[in-house]
Design a protein around this ligand. Structure first.
Ligand code: ADP
Length: 260
């Protein structure tokens, strides 16, 4: 008789990838992909070789943010060759589905297969840090990924008003369970800076994130203002972090210095 296999799944490292960093959020629309992309650019501009993997299979937004489209070519070994812009290697489900409008209706096995391909069938070229943009929440994709990949740490992105939600705690406890260290929390859309007079308005109270992060036992590694430029530049596929000296880029570089 075979004994049942009760071992935990083996965690794999990725070929040519030194460090893997997850960017996660408890729900959609909080700016996780924007943070992932700007963080990746900040890391790249800190002289690191960077990869950006869009694991947000149902709502891939990295192609737009990185101003990339088209199908990846296959290497001789049949691996997907990343598409590159701003010096960053990227891979996304967005490159594998025909058009931006076509819904991703894959479920179950097909989804798992697609994820396995994105995870294990990409030919990365000597990467120091691979930033993985996770789907929001704590579902199957996040779990599969956390169980199968050797991961160095995670960053949690939240807006100030969502910080106190149970979902953030759920996210933290998932990472704790799978023994992934949490680098810290990035608070997005924390302050509104008036484009006319530069007046700063703390929309949800000053310092709230800090206290909330402390309560949750994790570090607060950055606050990013709510700013139209951040949104516009993302839509144009030219994220703000490209301008290293702009004040809007600063929090991304500060977070990058902590996670690198
Ligand atoms: P998620 O990945 O969490 O779903 P996105 O990164 O796609 O969120 O961001 C959702 C929307 O909010 C996008 O239109 C994006 O440009 C915008 N956005 C993100 N961060 C900011 C910010 N700090 N200021 C203004 N708009 C932002």
């Amino acid at each position: 008789f075979k004994t049942p296999n009760t071992k935990l799944p083996v965690k794999h490292s990725l070929a040519n990838v030194r460090k893997v960093l997850l960017v996660s959020s408890c729900k959609g629309g909080v700016g996780k992909s924007t943070v992932s992309t700007n963080l990746a650019i900040a890391l790249r501009n800190s002289n690191l070789n960077v990869g950006l993997l869009d694991a947000d299979i149902f709502g891939p937004s990295i192609p737009k943010l990185m101003n990339l489209k088209g199908e990846p070519r296959l290497s001789e070994e049949g691996k997907l060759i990343p598409l590159k812009n701003y010096g960053i290697q990227t891979m996304s489900m967005g490159y594998l589905i025909p058009s931006e409008d076509s819904p991703v209706v894959w479920r179950g096995l097909i989804l798992q297969k697609a994820l396995q391909q994105l995870l294990f069938d990409v030919q990365w070229d000597k990467i120091d840090v691979l930033v993985i943009d996770l789907p929001p929440g704590t579902g199957d994709v996040q779990l599969t990924l956390s169980q199968q990949l050797k991961i160095d740490g995670a960053v949690i992105v939240s807006t100030s008003q969502d910080l106190a939600l149970l979902d953030v705690k759920k996210g933290i406890s998932m990472f704790n369970k799978v023994k992934i260290p949490i680098f810290g929390l990035v608070e997005n859309m924390s302050v509104f800076i008036c484009p006319n007079c530069n007046h700063e308005e703390h929309l949800f109270g000053d310092g709230g994130a800090l206290k909330e992060a402390e309560k949750l036992g994790i570090d607060h590694i950055g606050s990013i203002p709510l700013n139209k430029q951040i949104c516009n530049r993302s839509d144009e596929g030219y994220p703000v972090a490209i301008d290293q000296d702009s004040p809007l880029a600063k929090p991304y570089y500060e977070a990058a210095a902590i996670v690198k």
